[in-house]
Write a protein that binds this ligand. Sequence first.
Ligand SMILES: NC(=O)c1ccc[n+]([C@@H]2O[C@H](COP(=O)([O-])OP(=O)(O)OC[C@H]3O[C@@H](n4cnc5c(N)ncnc54)[C@H](OP(=O)(O)O)[C@@H]3O)[C@@H](O)[C@H]2O)c1
Length: 282
Amino acid sequence: MKVLILGAKGNLGQAMVEVYHGHEVSAWDRAELDITDPDAVTQKITELAPELIINCAAYNAVDKAEEDRAIADQINGYAVGFVAKAAAQIGATIVHYSTGQIFDGGNSGGYNENDKPCPVNAYGMSKFMGEIELQNSTENFYLIRTCWLYGKPAVGPDAAVGGAKKSFTDIMLEMAKEGKPINAVSNEFGNPTYVVDLAQATRALIEQQKPFGIYHLVNSGTASRYDWAQEIFAIKGISPELNSVEGRFFERRAKRPKYEVLNNNNFIQLRPWTEALREYLA
Ligand SMILES: NC(=O)c1ccc[n+]([C@@H]2O[C@H](COP(=O)([O-])OP(=O)(O)OC[C@H]3O[C@@H](n4cnc5c(N)ncnc54)[C@H](OP(=O)(O)O)[C@@H]3O)[C@@H](O)[C@H]2O)c1
């Protein structure tokens, strides 16, 4: 199968490229195609004519998005429409990713696929805009919402220019090494999700020809950032000073939903987050 992966140097993009090893894969990042340029999107995608487009490109700086609303809306919102329209023109299936931050975060039971979005910050608004653009542009889409991703940061010569940033897991380990006390939020909850598991589940979803529509794909189980940090240190057998802190004591520009937790009702459950984390840290 001819597959186009956009945002291929990102955290999830890299895992996706590995998961599609053996297929005819074009791995594009910003340098190959800026998805906010509608003419370039139409021209390059039509020329390549992939059967499957997996869009991992995004603007993910949640706090910065409060100032950079226009840029966040371009990348996470309008550009999704450009890519989805190009996909529709050539009859390709498109996979796109969204977030639990499209919900208001008030539901301690987590969010189902058909719950009503109501974002509380600019990042969430821009991702919700992308969901609408996607659904208005094509019928052949998998809209996958996910949460708190981690995976290998980019290495090698590309690491400095674009490429996957360090995730929470690696930041925690780095801080532990520095020997400074670590504060982690204990009253906001999500699903820590390993990008390798998400990439494999995405491929399975497509290969099993599940109906087009919305899916929530996350590692099973719920955690706060404090729980996540505790688990990281327990697995590594280290004991840095770790303090449990309420979100309101963290200075952050963007409001965070209290529960970003996603319930997966439409596909096989992914393994527990603690198990995936153990494999990542092995
Ligand atoms: N990370 C999370 O915790 C999380 C949680 C929930 C949902 N998601 C969603 O999951 C998906 C994958 O996230 P991720 O963490 O893998 O993202 P990531 O590591 O930030 O990677 C995104 C990639 O997209 C590229 N990109 C940005 N703007 C672009 C543009 N205009 N044209 C082409 N490429 C562009 C980035 O390049 P630059 O580095 O040059 O900008 C980067 O390589 C996204 O849709 C994200 O919103 C992520």
